[in-house]
Design a protein around this ligand. Structure first.
Ligand SMILES: [Zn+2]
Length: 300
């Protein structure tokens, strides 16, 4: 599923490739956009918040796109994809074509009304992040499972399952830990934020720091049954089994239920190869030290 970093990267690449270009033709295969024709409009900018993407045009309107689990936005004609799945095709005067495939949520809205779609969401992990606010909101329901609280976009916008599974692993706590029991949830969010912001800029979604050009995770999608760190048993749960309806994985040895302390030494070790470490000083009470502007990805 596309997470906040994927969307921020997509917003940046659409901006880099077609900002300032004019729509030459448009084909729409989505009932909500049946009467929309952007021909003649110029794409002025893109923006994103969490998993929501907006393409803004010079007529004061924007396309609001949410990819949910299955959607994709690609460049090129995507002729290999069946026509009915290409929900929109926008051809620009520069020769570029932007195609939305299998996109379930699509709206044509006023550029000034984007808050109607994202105003209820938490602070944007890949944008103008307020870590203190994120920490307060994630912790506001102390009885909630940690992963469930991280995934709730109303608390903080952008984390998907990769970060909800791998950040607890990096910190040595269980995804099942109750948020109120975690002794420093702010440090955990800072570590997750450093990872997702770094991946949003450089991609792909890598949490290990090894083979950085590949999507590689510590726990989610792990094939082996033993923990890559301690050799203990890795347990997995499907989305239909987990209380928060998303699949999960954890090490029964180094993520015991009774571990309530964010293990900063462990986190430093596990991030020692990942460029996200440059945004963190795990010896500090507030470990996020990256200049947020240095990873400015979503405000141009
Ligand atoms: Zn382990």
């Amino acid at each position: 599923m596309p997470e906040g970093d994927t969307i921020a990267r997509l917003a940046a690449s659409v901006r880099e490739r077609v900002a300032g270009a004019t729509v030459e033709s448009m084909i729409v295969r989505h009932p909500r956009l049946a009467t929309v024709d952007l021909t003649g409009s110029t794409l002025t900018k893109t923006s994103s918040h969490g998993k929501h993407l907006f393409l803004h045009f010079d007529d004061g309107k924007a396309l609001h796109i949410h990819l949910l689990m299955q959607g994709k936005v690609v460049f090129g004609r995507a002729r290999e994809v069946e026509e009915w799945r290409r929900r929109f095709e926008i051809r620009f005067n520069t020769g570029e074509t932007v195609v939305g495939i299998d996109i379930p949520l699509l709206h044509h809205v006023s550029s000034s009304s984007t808050d109607d779609f994202v105003g209820h969401l938490g602070t944007d992990l890949c944008g103008d992040l307020d870590l203190e606010l994120a920490t307060t909101k994630v912790g506001r329901d102390p009885g909630r499972h940690l992963s469930a609280a991280l995934l709730d976009q109303r608390n903080v916008a952008g984390f998907g399952n990769i970060y909800a599974v791998d950040t607890p692993f990096i910190c040595g706590v269980s995804p099942f830990t109750r948020v109120g029991d975690v002794d420093d949830v702010g440090a955990l969010i800072a570590i997750g934020a450093a990872l997702i912001r770094t991946n949003a800029v450089r991609g792909p979604q890598n949490t290990t720091g090894r083979r950085l050009h590949l999507t590689e995770h510590w726990m989610l999608n792990i094939k082996r049954r033993d923990c890559p760190l301690c050799g203990g048993d890795v347990k997995k749960m499907s989305g239909s089994q987990s209380p928060w309806q998303r699949r999960t994985a954890w090490c029964t040895t180094c993520q015991r239920d009774r571990n309530h302390t964010i293990d900063r030494e462990r986190a430093a070790k596990l991030l020692s190869m990942h460029p996200a470490r440059h945004l963190l000083d795990l010896r500090q009470a507030h470990p996020f030290i990256g200049d947020l502007g240095a990873v400015e990805i979503n405000s141009r």
